[in-house]
Ligand binder design. Structure first.
Ligand SMILES: [Zn+2]
Length: 486
């Protein structure tokens, strides 16, 4: 840790070292929260918490800056607890062991928590740095962002007094975020009926493997293969001619990851097994050709399988394969207001079957609430056609880009002035808390900035030291330039 204390800006790194020393995985942020509140009170800063545990700390303007607009600096308190298999670490008790490796700060065998620990440290450094010049400051630290944005969901109106919010949770220095997608899960449940496998049938397992997978938001525009969609296409096309009788279908493991693998078990007349293998080989060469630019390692394997399951009735089978094969997937619409950015998408994330039910879990994302609703309605009508029940749950709103945002313009001007280059204005097709802040604070002018962090949410997480210093320069320059209240 003494390692980190040598780095500049030193106040920021000292706060970050302290944050690393107090365990704060999602759902276990209390010790860190209490430390921060008592620290603020010792410094005679106003500090309070709301019903969900969010922390609000106020620091008055510095001399001569009293007329400036008030600004909220915002970060989330929690970090994602991930470790390597060979690392002994108890995230609820053990400090993160951060160290310097060249231009990067890393952690020994675990996530570092630079997401969003550097943002949090920068906000605390603004509170403790007496050499800065700024208007009234509020620091908002939210609870449990990584596992459900609990703090952002619970944020009440009329608590914050500022009209500008700077979110510190983006992960590439030089990119300024002005919008993000909202999301909603859709779950379709299809009742299944089964019957005995006809005599003379043999059972095989068919596995589609080797797809890249990726983040269902950030990577959805890449046109990667979706194992659930490819498998259902294969089966729907050839079920009748090969006399296939499906027993199980399992694909994908997370709703927010593009599925890399899907496995089915099915029975067919013994005489058709060779034709199935041939069909699979042909299908493999077709999809390899279609996806050649993005998928290099697809494989489709047919192997013998002993299964005690009954097969789906032909009616259940055609409903399930029809449902999956007709399901929309991927990019639905690109944004007109921000070029090159996906407006609405969905991911057919997880498909499972058990004795009497098939379940499909979709994650829909959109910059617009109406875009999410449109896709959810499509899935509901598709479910109706198939005789399934579809319900939407866990929705959170997007942060719709405002190309005329004054804080956005100011960040760009400050960046150009400091670094003599134009920053990239970005909209992320994934969730940030800002979308939720717009509900209690619809008029809040918001922007998101941060240092460069690679491998977040994994033990490879690291933060680029020079980018932290540039991020700090930008943040403090920005605070100095906030305009007067009108
Ligand atoms: Zn984060």
């Amino acid at each position: 840790m003494s390692d980190l204390a040598q780095l500049t800006p030193s106040l920021l790194w000292q706060h970050f070292a302290k944050i690393c020393s107090i365990p704060h995985p999602s759902m276990h942020e209390e010790a860190l929260a209490q430390h921060i509140v008592s620290w603020a009170k010792e410094k005679n800063l106003h500090a309070e918490r709301d019903a969900v545990g969010n922390i609000l700390i106020r620091k008055p303007a510095t001399a001569g800056m009293e007329n400036r607009k008030s600004v909220v600096l915002q970060a989330h308190l929690d970090m994602v607890p991930q470790k390597n298999n060979d690392t002994e670490h108890n995230f609820e008790k053990d400090p993160i062991q951060a160290y310097v490796d060249g231009q990067w700060v890393k952690a020994r065998g675990t996530t570092l928590g630079a997401d969003n620990g550097i943002g949090m440290a920068s906000a605390l450094a603004v509170l403790s740095d007496e050499s800065l010049s700024h208007g009234p400051i509020e620091v908002l630290l939210t609870m449990t962002e990584e596992t459900g944005m609990d703090g952002a969901f619970g944020l009440q109106p009329n608590w914050l007094q500022s009209e500008i919010l700077i979110n510190t949770d983006s992960e590439t220095e030089g990119e300024i975020y002005m919008g993000c997608a909202g999301g909603v899960d859709c779950v379709t449940n299809l009742p299944l009926t089964r019957e005995a496998v006809p005599a003379g049938y043999q059972t095989v397992k068919v596995s589609l493997k080797g797809l890249k997978g990726g983040h269902s938001g950030g990577d959805i525009h890449l046109g990667l293969g979706n194992a659930n969609k490819l498998m259902s296409r294969l089966l729907f096309t050839h079920a009748q001619s090969l006399g296939l009788r499906l027993q199980s279908f399992n694909g994908g493991s997370l709703r927010n990851a593009i599925p890399r693998e899907a496995t089915v078990t099915l029975s067919l007349p013994a005489a058709n097994i060779e034709r199935l293998k041939q069909t699979c080989a042909e299908f493999l060469s077709i999809i390899k050709h279609e996806l050649d630019a993005v998928e290099k390692n697809i494989d489709l394997i047919v192997e013998p399988f002993n299964c005690g399951f009954k097969a789906l009735t032909l009616d259940s089978q055609s409903r399930l394969l029809g449902l999956l094969n007709a399901s929309p997937n991927g990019v639905i619409r690109m944004s007109d207001s921000v070029k090159g950015v996906v407006e609405t998408s969905l991911n057919v994330g997880v498909v499972t079957t058990d004795e009497d039910r098939a379940q499909v879990i979709y994650l829909i994302r959109s910059l617009l609430d109406s875009g999410k609703e449109y896709v959810a309605e499509m899935l509901i009508s598709l479910g109706q056609l198939a005789g399934a029940q579809t319900s939407a749950k866990g929705g959170y709103p997007g942060w719709q880009p405002n190309p005329n945002s004054p804080i956005m313009t100011l960040v760009c001007e400050s960046y150009k002035k400091l670094f003599d280059t134009t920053p990239h204005i970005m909209v992320i097709h994934a969730g940030l808390e800002c979308g939720l802040f717009k509900r209690p604070y619809p008029d809040m002018d918001m922007v998101s900035i941060g240092p460069t962090i690679t491998g977040p949410h994994s033990p490879d997480e690291q933060v680029h030291i020079p980018s932290v210093s540039r991020y700090w320069q930008l943040l403090t320059e920005l605070l100095k330039s906030i305009p007067e209240r009108s």
